[in-house]
Design a protein around this ligand. Structure first.
Ligand code: C2E
Ligand code: CA
Ligand code: CA
Length: 547
């Protein structure tokens, strides 16, 4: 009967043989070195000269690369070669005393063993550390470090790539504690491991996110199998838990593609989309690619700002009492080198998700004021308005930065107007009131843009320091065919005036609308009927024709 110890020893020896199979070249080198060193020692006069020490090289190599048993084996062969097979002196052919070479054999074997044992130990520890590092130590689920191993052992070239987001992880942690949550994640892992085909990989990439790579059959079927496994109630320490989750899925179709982390980015985007839209799962679709290309777009915006790709256009505002120009609104244009013109409605919301919005608005303010100064020098002092996003208003540095730009521009503040939407103000009414007030104290005018698109009443807005109300173009454009729009516009103008605001209507496209609103007591108008937004260089010609 073999004892456990025998088995362990046997495994140790087998490990050494496996090491040879994995790394045969060093072994060949050792085998070649043995006779070479034998001939070196023989041809330099025999064992009594110093060259015999060269024999430590193959012994040490064998120990380092193949462990103690191969180390000792090579030591034994080396000792025989330099033992009974080697004279003390090749000229006299005097042979060695057996005690001499037996002692050397003992030393060789000890060296082979110690080096082999130490290196094997180190390798084992390194492996242990690697295993620790590639596993989440709380849930005992492989983490992203494990991906390297996954990539080494991919057997298929097409995989389903699935991201699972655990949506209720905060509530589980809050109510039942973090240990229960970790146990739950582990249980999900175990269930997935046993429920999915062999050669499926499960990785915990974040505290509430799992990535699954499973040999592709049919993506939707694969996703549904995952859903069935996770939907099963999990019993954790006697507590039946249910997992609220969202899934995003995509596929990879070649070894090259599957070995790329970006496949998970695609499924992540879909999972996030599913989560936001309350869907159980989303298979990577056009939405994904659209968002992806939007992210690419974002990446190129920073550069665009410092090139000629972005520039301002200016749309006049008309004073309806005099029918003369009253001011200009600066609007941004972006002509992308490959995608052509990208409307601000597309890129501004994207930029607003990043810190770029601050750089962008600074850029708009600076360039709008350059134009304003230019107009002043041509002796027409007309105000310029720029659009301010919510993210700007709530940036603690916004006031200081803007005032610096304004001071540098040498444009008097009464010629500067900020346009903000009501939803921007409502995010934090107290804060926005304060920031707006500090600008107004400096002489800057405030315009409430897109009025009517939100839900706030004009009376509520009186708490903010606002000068102009811009009625959303949606109402104006429907004014001719929808009597209720006319009523809304009518009463908004009346109430605004009663409250002391000046009223601007935007989106005036036809003469009929222009005539109609002129009779309603509106102060200013903007729209294609009067002028479309125009490049800076066309302003003075337009002004001279219309002044
Ligand atoms: P907005 O501030 O309401 O700007 C008015 C938009 O209506 C502009 O579109 C303008 O070209 C368009 N417009 C003007 N008159 C007419 C008309 O008679 N008919 C129609 N159909 N449209 C008219 P644009 O330039 O495409 O800008 C769209 C939105 O993008 C702007 O709406 C504003 O919210 C944002 N935006 C544009 N430039 C900037 C910018 O520099 N900074 C920020 N934060 N937002 C900007
Ligand atoms: Ca505006
Ligand atoms: Ca507007």
């Amino acid at each position: 009967m073999k004892t456990n110890k025998d088995r362990k020893n046997l495994k140790f020896i087998i490990d050494d043989w496996i090491a040879i199979k994995k790394n045969p070249y060093i072994f060949f080198l050792i085998i070649i070195l043995l006779p070479l060193i034998y001939f070196l020692v023989y041809s330099t006069g025999g064992i009594k000269f110093v060259y015999s020490h060269t024999m430590y090289i193959p012994i040490i190599l064998a120990g380092i690369f193949y462990g103690p048993y191969i180390g000792m084996g090579i030591a034994f062969i080396a000792a025989i070669l330099l033992g009974p097979l080697m004279p003390i002196d090749t000229i006299t052919n005097e042979i060695q005393d057996p005690i001499n070479w037996l002692y050397r054999m003992l030393i060789f074997i000890i060296v082979g063993f110690i080096i082999g044992y130490a290196s094997k130990r180190l390798r084992k520890d390194a492996l242990h550390i690697e295993n620790l590092m590639s596993m989440n130590q709380e849930t005992f689920v492989p983490n992203t470090n494990y991906l390297k191993k996954v990539y080494e052992s991919l057997d298929f070239s097409t995989y389903s790539i699935i991201t699972v987001l655990i949506n209720n992880h905060h509530s589980i942690i809050d109510i039942l504690g973090v240990t229960i949550y970790h146990n739950l994640v582990h249980q999900i892992y175990v269930d997935l491991k046993s429920g999915l085909p062999d050669k499926s990989y499960i990785i915990q990439s974040d505290s509430n996110k799992l990535w699954i790579m499973s040999p592709l059959k049919e993506l939707e079927t694969d996703v549904k199998r995952v859903i069935t496994i996770i939907s099963d109630t999990k019993q954790i320490k006697g507590i039946p838990l249910y997992v609220d989750f969202s899934i995003g899925a995509s596929t990879c179709h070649s070894f090259g593609e599957c070995k790329n982390m970006s496949v998970f980015e695609d499924s992540d985007v879909s999972a996030r989309y599913a989560q936001i839209n309350n869907l159980l799962y989303v298979i990577g679709d056009k939405e994904k690619y659209r968002r992806r290309s939007e992210y690419d777009l974002l990446a190129s915006f920073n550069e665009a700002l410092s090139s000629k790709e972005t520039f301002l256009v200016f749309q006049p505002k008309i004073d309806l009492h005099t029918q003369k120009p009253f001011g200009f609104e600066a609007l941004t244009r972006w002509i992308h080198p490959t995608r052509g013109s990208i409307p601000p409605d597309v890129f501004v919301p994207l930029i607003e998700e990043t810190k770029l919005i601050h750089v962008f608005t600074d850029w708009v303010l600076k360039n709008a004021l350059i134009k304003c100064k230019d107009m002043m020098e041509q002796s027409f002092n007309l105000p310029i308005s720029i659009n301010i996003s919510a993210k700007n208003l709530y940036d603690p540095k916004f006031y200081e930065r803007s005032m610096n730009i304004i001071t540098e521009s040498k444009v008097p503040t009464h010629l500067i107007e900020f346009e903000l939407t009501e939803s921007t103000l409502m995010i934090n009414p107290n804060e926005s009131r304060k920031v707006l007030q500090s600008f107004v104290d400096q002489g800057i005018k405030i315009s409430l843009d897109d009025f009517g698109s939100g839900y706030s009443s004009l009376a509520y807005l009186t708490q903010f320091p606002i000068h102009f109300i811009k009625i959303d173009r949606f109402f104006i454009q429907n004014i001719m065919n929808d009597p209720s729009m006319l009523t809304i516009v009518d009463s908004t103008i009346q109430l605004s005036k009663d409250l002391g605001y000046k009223v601007v209507v935007e989106g005036v496209e036809t003469k009929e609308i222009a005539d109609l609103i002129a009779t309603k007591g509106c102060d200013y108008a903007q729209g294609y009927y009067y002028a479309k937004p125009m490049p800076a260089k066309e302003i003075s010609a337009w002004y001279n024709l219309n002044k």
